[in-house]
Design a protein around this ligand. Sequence first.
Ligand code: GAL
Length: 436
Amino acid sequence: MKTRKTLRFAAVFLALALVAAACGGDDEGSDTTVDGGTDTTVDGGTMMDSVEVFSWWTGGGEAAGLDEMIKIFASTDPDIEFVNSAVAGGAGTNARAVLASRLQANDPPDSWQGHAGQELIGTYVAADQIEPLNFLYDQEGWLDVMPDTLIPLISNDGNIYSVPVNIHRANVVWANPTVLSDAGISMPTSLADFFTALDTLQAGGMDAPLAMGEQWTSMHLFETIMLASMGPDDWNGLWDGSVGWDSAAVTQGIEDYAKALTYTNSDASALSWQDAGQLVLDGTSAFNIMGDWQEGFFRELGSVPQTDYVWAAVPGTEGNFQFLSDSFVLAKNAPHRDSAIAWLTVAGSNQGQDAFNPVKGSIPARNDADRSLYGEYLLSAMDDWASNTVVGSLTHGVVANDSWKSEIDTALGLFLVNGDVEALQTAFVAAQAASG
Ligand code: GAL
């Protein structure tokens, strides 16, 4: 009896030592795995399960939203420690690079944030880095509550690969109502009116009436202006190959985008999306085109809708909802698979989504939200999501895989420097030929 006990202890000790060595100090060195996937974390002397969740939600309404979801998780799964491995940087620019090198090194977090659409399918599914979640959809009845639009974007060959936590709208213009009324401007509804309003503001002495931030926010501006300029059918056609990147509609879209850039701040590359939003709240700029996470940030600052800020669909895109969806995946060979499934169960739950989204500034992916929890803007987003023409976002992973998007990004970066419309269009054509 004694011998068996000693041997068992020695085996467990050996397993702990081996796994601790394999972890290489990850998770502050406290993470150990024994017995084929039973997870234990030594935390002040108590043994706890843990789950490592990776995202880019570190501030400005985003971390606060995640915290609300974590609170729900702590109440449903009090024995699992949530290890928050968020990496700062809007739109995941930094986080995704860190994630890529971890995946490359075969050191995946248990669960990570990925956008529904090509980012998910063209990257993580294509590289066989995540597990199908059909069993969880069956168990939780999610097919009855997740929108039909979304399921194909997170599926491949009949397998469903992620748990969407929200729907964000990309094509929103945020504005300072005092600045607009002082200038005698009402919210523009077409691109032509928008440019006239921006001209009026500039003539009145406002240097940069359209606030912009670092490079990804210029891609965000680009996609919304393209939608305004081309309309939803042509925009969709660019991604399914039915509209040529060499078409006159693209030339016009680039020209409109070039014009929009003339109203932006010269220090854009040094500013985050929150900084650009702040310029609107301050009245330094009148407008900012940004996804509705901007409202999460405004609310976190205590700003009041209709008083401190107003919103509309990007001029020229009324009736269209350019969307993206944040979702969470289950890593193949997740170090803490059972805990990750517990986390994903909360991420897909009504309770989790209704805690997270009102703070994050998004609407739930599920269609059974408690509307009384949402503010005026988000209620309007819910109605628009249900009634508008829905198209996908480029910047946030829906329409193009990573390599195509990265070629477009490089071309847009050059365009910010040289403003060469023809060269940009040529680069778009080449990007589609290489990666589209
Ligand atoms: C998007 C993401 C949003 C928000 C935004 C700014 O890509 O889907 O949830 O985080 O970036 O960081």
